[in-house]
Ligand binder design. Sequence first.
Ligand code: BG6
Length: 490
Amino acid sequence: MSFDLVLFGGTGDLTWRKLMPALFQAWRHGNLPTQGGGGRILAVARDERSDEQYRQYIREKFAGVVESKQPNDEEFARFAELLHYRRMDLSRPEHYAGLKQWLDARGADKVVLFLATAPDLFPVICAQLGAAGLNGTNVRLVLEKPLGHDLASAQEINRIVRASFSEAQALRIDHYLGKPAVQNLMALRFGNALFEPLWRRDSIASIQITIAESIGVGTRGDFYDRTGALRDMVQNHALQLLTMIAMEPPSSSEADAIRDEKLKVMRSLKPFTPETVVRDVVRGQYKAGAVSGAAVPGYLEEPKVPAGSACETFVALRTEVQNWRWAGVPFYLRTGKRLASREAHIVVNFRAVPHAIFDSPAAARRPNKLVIKLQPEDGLELHLLAAKGGRAQQASDMLSPVSLDLDFDKAFPSERVGGYERLLLDALAGRLSLFVRSDEQEQAWRWVEPVLAAWVADSSGPRPYMAGSWGPAAASALVARDGNAWAEEM
Ligand code: BG6
């Protein structure tokens, strides 16, 4: 198979921070379909450069990538043969005609157009691509978030995309869906019969999804301040994880079979009202503190953040999936910047035994949980109680928590594929199941909008939390109300 991958925004942050390292890994792993017809990666941006200058620019950017993922000179020289550069003014039709000529001259089997630009350029790029005929059946368009800042703007982008591209051609990225743990979750749930009978309200007491970051907003203060944690992380990443946990088994592994089930979950989420936002949603903003022993500034002291901003850098919320499988089971979502550590996981807490015969402190807590770890490593832990053996004198000493621990990096050492790498390979292969369909994305906006509206109307603003903590105390109170605790408090 031959391919042409065009990166609009070819000199931008996303390209050199995420896409190029992922493409290099795909190439290094031998996963890029460069055999046969071969592949080309064309970076498009505003300024004048030669292919050689662009390769040099990317070479230098690799210095910022973790060492094990950096190319040596020989590897980079070979990878760089795939890289090309083209100057384009994205408002000029003749530049799209030129791009089309460049692509047509080779006639690759697959053409993937990746919009890694600022989102306000999406409408003009989509319209121009359509007008230039760069939307044939071998073309796919990849869109990066943010796709809108509310339902209306997301619908507007989808309308513009749809005018030139079919739903099957438009791939919306949520890079969390590319993380290996998400595929493990699918494999765990639908490749094994073991958990399915337990995967419901009768056996599961609560589910927690945590995406904690230790970094602050860095130099993105202006962008972040217009976005906030709810739009940046909850509307997309956290909700996508929730749908993967809660969905019914799809009838096949076809993309739409999976996405239909995810959409049903989104539609079953308990809608927020102004009253329930106050009760079930906690927003926070970090103040100066220390992360891993180093002093860090508060959000309001970060570069480009407007004075007195009420933007939230932390959200914790409680919701429910209102259907037969999950009725009454609390789903807690939590995400934030400048938290104690970089950690993403899903905790499935199973119910306590119906009748306790061990009078033990360990048994009094909920001992059975399944932890799906996404970050920093991906893996699975199943927590159980076991008999300690030895010389326990009383029944209360007998039990001790243990965990079965699966480390996927160790189990499949040579086969780990990172999030963007997975999604880029899927885009090239036309596999759609890990991309978000427009109706899912719009439904997610529909669900978060009442929260956004309630916050606008509520001048009390976000609760402060210290950088390096686990967020405002109100987040602990939110789960404690149901008799639960966040994973690190258990
Ligand atoms: C992005 C957000 O979508 O995800 C960033 O815009 C966030 O604010 C990032 O830092 C987190 O991704 P990951 O893969 O590093 O957890």
